[in-house]
Structures are given as structure tokens and as C-alpha cells.
Design a protein around this ligand. Structure first.
Ligand SMILES: *Cc1c(COP(=O)(O)O)cnc(C)c1O
Length: 404
């Protein structure tokens, strides 16, 4: 069986998990690990949450699934209303995964404008399907194997962390040079996730919003990783005070329980599209939409802003010493995201051995040892930062091996 970005048979055996509860994973051999990954940004409330469990078991009594073609149901309707209220984007398409939500966003932009070229920035990640791969970083985006099969979109330079007038000018030039052929600009707002865990200045997002309006191009915000409070604001776009024309949501949408994503857009875009040519078999699945609705209720009730602020302070303090380690290039924190960037690609197994020795689960890739813990992490955060600092100090003893 394949695991993500792996060979069969795999070079490194996977650890067997027998239970997940709160912020802890229990392995079949009895070891307990504090989860620093939230199962890839998703499990924001922690595992085995009674409210989310109940939403699923209650929904199960009524129906697990019905087709969404010509039929509808309360959990999907309620979720769409909540998402529209949260985002200010009133039209909602429910997709099965983040990559599919990005495909749908691209289709929306192509159908609305009648054009079929996109502009993005280097260093991005938008998913593993073909439309999404074409806007991932063309060099480090994991998909260079397929470059011959992908449409050629327009790439602006990597957005810098700090404010730089010259970069805004570069964006303006790049958009202007291709304006006639562009359907949309697509970016991850403020945080570039799987493309390199980089943070950029929100002024660039404001700049892109203005440029999109000026040139009659749509702005797609891929909030799949940044959505639902992770960066300290409800959405990444909130750092810039802008609203996109199209927004993609996923990952934390169901609190990490099931695969579900959504693509939202303005009334203007929806009206311009007419019939949207997409309709997955399991669209609007009742179990997934019910648990997503419960997860968003829980988010509205929990003091996530304070929790994320506390995690931000804990990560900043707890990772400060890692910056001094010789193998470390940069340490950065934004909201509930903590990143240790190394000079050389890390040996994933070796780093995992170190952090698991400290009772922590992390999945480093390339030159990045990073964490985005559940918002409910509490004092266990210390354990994560201690493990990351120990991993940073263990580097530089011999050549590393790259991994994803
Ligand atoms: C994870 C991710 C995706 C893809 O989501 P999947 O559910 O893995 O298909 C797309 N965009 C961003 C920004 C992501 O972080």
C-alpha cells in the first residue's frame, strides 16, 4: 500500500496508531505521542472530541449518505449558511478534498472569464491534482516530474517576509504584462504551507487585490491551510483586510474528522458562471457536513483567538534557542505555526527518532521541522518545542537526506 509521497515497498515503515485522544496519539506498541501536526493542519480541536463524535453518531441515525444531485439535506444547508456568514462569500460548492476545491476554483475562474491562464507566486502549494499542480512552485513544488503535462501559468517571484516596495512593483509589472490572458490570481494568503512554510507581508495580498480589480482578473484565496484561525486571524485574508472573489477551504473544516472541502465565491462570480460543470459522487456527504457544522460551532464557542495567541507566544519562547543551533537557518512563528528551517535537507527518520524520544509526533520535510498543534494543546506545547529544539541541536552531524 502506498503512503503519501512514498514508494512501495516504503523505505521507512509507518508507525501503527491504535488510538487518538485529545492532543495525543497512542501507538500499537503502547507509546504515547503529543501530536504536533494536527494530522496536517486539520485536528484543531484535538482527537476524539465528544461534540464531534456526537454530531457523527447522531447524523448516522438519519443517513450516512445520499446523492446531492437533485437531493439536499439539512447538514449541508446549515454548513453552507455558516460558511457564507463566516466568509462573506454567499455561494458555496462542497468538494471532497482540498485539491478538488482548488480544481473547482480554477474552473469557476475559467468559466467566468472565458480565459484560461493563471498567475501565482513562486513557493506555493495548492494540491496534487493536475490543475492544482500547475500552480504549485515549478521547481520545489514536488511535481516537476509532471511539468511536461501541465499548462504553463505565470509565476511572480517569491513574496518576501518583509515589506518591500520593489516587490509590489514587480507584482504590478507581472500582472500588467499578462492581464489580457489572465483568468485569476491564485495564492495562499500570508502563509505558504507545504511549498516551504514561509510567511509573507499582508501588503502583497492587498496589492494583488488592487491589481486584480484594476485589470479585471479574479482573486482566488487558497485558505485550505490558513483558514479557521491557524494564523491568528479567522482567515489569512483578514491580515490584509481583503475579500477574495473565490476562496478554497479544507483541512480543518471538519475538525480533522473526515475529508471535506469547499469553494466559495461572490454572487457576481456565481451569476457569471451559470452552470458550474463539476459534481463529485460524494458531494455534500451528510456525515462530513454534519461534523463540519459541529466543528464550526465549536470554533465559534472556543476562545481560539486567545488560544492561538498563547500558542504563538509559547512557540516564540520555546523555539528561541533552536535559532542558535549551527544547522538552523531560521526560526519563525505566526499564530499556531512554528517553523525551524535548516540549512540542509533533514534526515526525516533521524529527526523523528529524536522527537519521538521526547514523546512528540512531527513529520519534517526537506529543510523544515515544523509544528501546527491542535488549539487545545495547553501545557503539552512545551514538550513539542523541547523536542524541536533537541532535533535542531542534533543536526549537522553528517549529511542529511531529503524527504517529503
Ligand atoms: C493541503 C492543501 C491543499 C490540498 O488539500 P488536499 O485535501 O490534500 O487535497 C491545497 N492547498 C493548500 C494551501 C493546502 O495546504
Amino acid at each position: 500500500m502506498w503512503h503519501p509521497y512514498a514508494a512501495v515497498p516504503s523505505h521507512a515503515p509507518a508507525h501503527v496508531v491504535s488510538r487518538a485522544d485529545g492532543v495525543r496519539l497512542t501507538l500499537a506498541d503502547g507509546r504515547e505521542l503529543v501530536d504536533g501536526m494536527s494530522s496536517w493542519w486539520a485536528a484543531i480541536h484535538g482527537y476524539n472530541h465528544p461534540r464531534l463524535n456526537r454530531a457523527l453518531t447522531d447524523q448516522l441515525q438519519d443517513m450516512a449518505h445520499v446523492m446531492f444531485g437533485g437531493l439536499t439535506h439539512e447538514p449541508a444547508v446549515r454548513l453552507a449558511r455558516t460558511l457564507a456568514d463566516m466568509t462573506g462569500l454567499p455561494r458555496v460548492f462542497l468538494a471532497d478534498s482540498g485539491s478538488v476545491a482548488v480544481e473547482v476554483a480554477i474552473k469557476m475562474a475559467f468559466q467566468f472569464t472565458g480565459r484560461s491562464r493563471l498567475l501565482t507566486v513562486r513557493g506555493g502549494y495548492h494540491g496534487d491534482t493536475f490543475g492544482a499542480m500547475a500552480v504549485c512552485d515549478p521547481v520545489n513544488g514536488m511535481h516537476h516530474l509532471f511539468s511536461g503535462a501541465l499548462p504553463r501559468h505565470v509565476f511572480a517571484d517569491l513574496p518576501p517576509a518583509e515589506f518591500d516596495e520593489a516587490y509590489l512593483a514587480h507584482l504590478a509589472e507581472t500582472v500588467a504584462a499578462h492581464a489580457g490572458e489572465l483568468a485569476a490570481i491564485i495564492v495562499e494568503p500570508v502563509v505558504q504551507g507545504a511549498g516551504g512554510m514561509r510567511f509573507y507581508h499582508p501588503a502583497y495580498l492587498r496589492g494583488l487585490r488592487e491589481l486584480a480589480d484594476e485589470h479585471g482578473v479574479l482573486l482566488i484565496a487558497d485558505e485550505i491551510a490558513t483558514g479557521f484561525g491557524r494564523t491568528g486571524e479567522l482567515f489569512g485574508c483578514d491580515h490584509a483586510g481583503i475579500r477574495p472573489d473565490i476562496m478554497c477551504l479544507g483541512k480543518a473544516l471538519t475538525g480533522g474528522y473526515m475529508s471535506l472541502a469547499a469553494t466559495l465565491c461572490t454572487e457576481r462570480v456565481a451569476a457569471g458562471i451559470g452552470v458550474l460543470m463539476h459534481g463529485p459522487t460524494f458531494m455534500g456527504n451528510p456525515l462530513a457536513t454534519a461534523v463540519a457544522g459541529a466543528s464550526l460551532d465549536l470554533l465559534a464557542e472556543r476562545p481560539w483567538r486567545e488560544e492561538v495567541k498563547r500558542i504563538e507566544a509559547g512557540l516564540t519562547e520555546g523555539l528561541a534557542e533552536a535559532a542558535a543551533a549551527p544547522g538552523v537557518k531560521d526560526v519563525r512563528v505566526l499564530g499556531a505555526i512554528g517553523v525551524v528551517e535548516t540549512h540542509e535537507p533533514v534526515d526525516v527518520r533521524r529527526v523523528q527518532d529524536v522527537v519521538m524520544g521526547h514523546g512528540v509526533w512531527l513529520r519534517p520535510f526537506n529543510r523544515l521541522i515544523y509544528t501546527m498543534p491542535p488549539y487545545s494543546i495547553g501545557d503539552d506545547l512545551d514538550r513539542i518545542t523541547t523536542a524541536m529544539t533537541a532535533a535542531a541541536r542534533s543536526l549537522g552531524r553528517g549529511p542529511g537526506r531529503s524527504g517529503t
